[in-house]
Design a protein around this ligand. Sequence first.
Ligand code: ADP
Ligand code: MG
Length: 694
Amino acid sequence: MTDLTKLYGCKVFNEAAMRKYLAPEAYESLRRTQTEGLPLDPKLAPIIANGMKEWAIQMGATHYTHWFQPLTNITAGKHDSFIEPTGDGEITLEFSSKALVKGEPDASSFPSGGLRATFEARGYTAWDPTSPAFVRDGTLYIPTAFCAYTGQALDQKTPLLRSMEAINKQTLRLLRLLGNTTTHCVTPTVGAEQEYFLVDRALYEKRLDLKVCGRTLLGAKPPKGQELDDHYCGRIRLRVSEYMHALDEALWSLGVPGKTKHNEAAPAQHELAPVFDSANIACDHNQLTMEVMRIVAKKHGLACLLHEKPFAGVNGSGKHNNYSLSTDDGKNLLSPSKDPAKNKQFLLILCGFLQAVDQYGDLLRASAACAGNDHRLGGNEAPPAIISVFLGEKLTQTLLNVAQGASSEDQERSLLHTGVSALPDLEKDDSDRNRTSPFAFTGNKFEFRTVGSSQSIAMPNVVLNTALAEAFSQFCQRLEKAEDVEKEIDAIIADVVRQHSRIIFNGNNYSAAWREEAKRRGLPMLSSSVEAFDALIDPKNIALFQKFGVLDESECHSRHEISLENYTKVLTIEAATMIEMVRRQIYPAVVKYIGDVAQSVNQMRSAGCTAASVVTLLENLTVLADQIDSELSALRAAYAKSLSIEDVHEHAQYMCKTITGCMESLRTACDAVEKIMDSERWPIPTYTDLLLRV
Ligand code: ADP
Ligand code: MG
């Protein structure tokens, strides 16, 4: 039996390791940086570097790496050994403070979205002391931020840290105005539930689309999908259970607090949820989780699919981003307490969320946009691309009551009036759990469910932190000027309800009626990523990021361009993969089968049979083969054309509109022929093989 208390964090330069390997002064300083975000005394860096090195070597490390998160949704880092030749054929093991604090990887091989063209290719990594270092496979991993020569962010972490400072500052400012004198630090807390699929490795290896694109580009619907609802939280099969156990152990040793695991709705789909942590650490941990999930799967003869929609027709995978604000004196600011109607602080904070999501819903949508998520959003059991907030009937009513009760009679009437017209046809929903909402209040936190399973959670949290900081800063401005703070709080709540309650929707977000209703309310409806990305360069959003020093204008443009480029690249690879599979696997198999069937017809006829049904089969096959051929030609032509489009935006749009359409038509023809072919002759594993044979 493993001693879990010893296993947990055994590879992390954690509190115990820091205490053991650092002088008390350095330990105290590093702890304060980690808990309160205070700057680290640079004089202490050499002591910390040395302590870290001693610890890492004792853990079996020979190398160290500056681990960073470029704008690719995965992590990177080059590994340097500790060895330093002394000149007499021997070595010493060195790790200077400079090596800890700063690295200089070549930035030119990472996406920079135009930032690189105007500046030096060199990039810098800067140690993030607020996220603990760890040892993995003989290397000391040092979490770092990654910037261009000029300090512009080329990564996920830098804006996340900047936005955490912004929300800390604005929330503290608000709390002070509400009379709080004890809180010194406010941290956004995040728990990212990670959904994934597991398929048999040998079958996975036989499908080029899964290997190259992470999703199936072809595949007829299996006889049994998720219709019976028998997978969600059902018994975990032995092979999967063994995988999950190994995954938990690997994550626990790295200090990732994996907590909940269960089967998800689709066959072969599962979920892992950690205990929440600060947004920064949660983001690092989620990246690690995704990496470890893939590695452990390989060791277990499985493949872990993190794509948002590996299989058409069944649930896709998301990453529910649970979010709240927590104070250093242990309070969750979204905790409604026993009587939320009397808890004005809670209601004010809640109003901050409503305002933030309503004003920056387009940015939130953009933060969860990627090629993969386009297949998921609005599909089976996934939230639609329209951002709205679920509060539940009770809380909504409480908020409406407070907003109305707090105002003078005149306002009261107009409030009642506007309140009703802003919330038309609220569908009754008695349960306090709404699984269809993209942004749901779940008791003492919000759950942002739009985020895709393969994505970094950094950007969604950057947007949440910054948009909330803006809402709070507006509240603060009013409260700072107010003569009667209590009255002003009521007025703010009333104003937010009047201006922003269109964002509240407690009904069924999957319904067609909601689409109509959302249109009426004027909520942004950005169904494709390509449309959604433009929010990143909307002047209102650039102004927001600039105001709080989270992203400057060039950084916004850079992110916009990278998002479009990534999108185009993904679709280009998908189209090329599909062309290859259809040309070299599917079409030849169909032709061969047609030959065999034709031969059967001849043989049957010479034996005196009419062979009517076989002739029908032959005809159907031939029609479909022709269809595949013509759709393939269309895709090839469109693909060739796409390669000549130079403008980034136009290119992405072409991929989104034309290429996806061609791929869909080709898929339809291939899936139709799959259904009537001899299964023995189908050249790739089917949906049944993949989904039901783990
Ligand atoms: P669900 O019912 O959606 O499965 P859970 O109770 O399992 O919800 O929690 C989902 C995630 O929410 C977990 O990762 C959990 O740690 C996280 N969570 C809980 N409280 C908070 C909080 N205050 N801030 C951020 N995340 C939280
Ligand atoms: Mg959840």
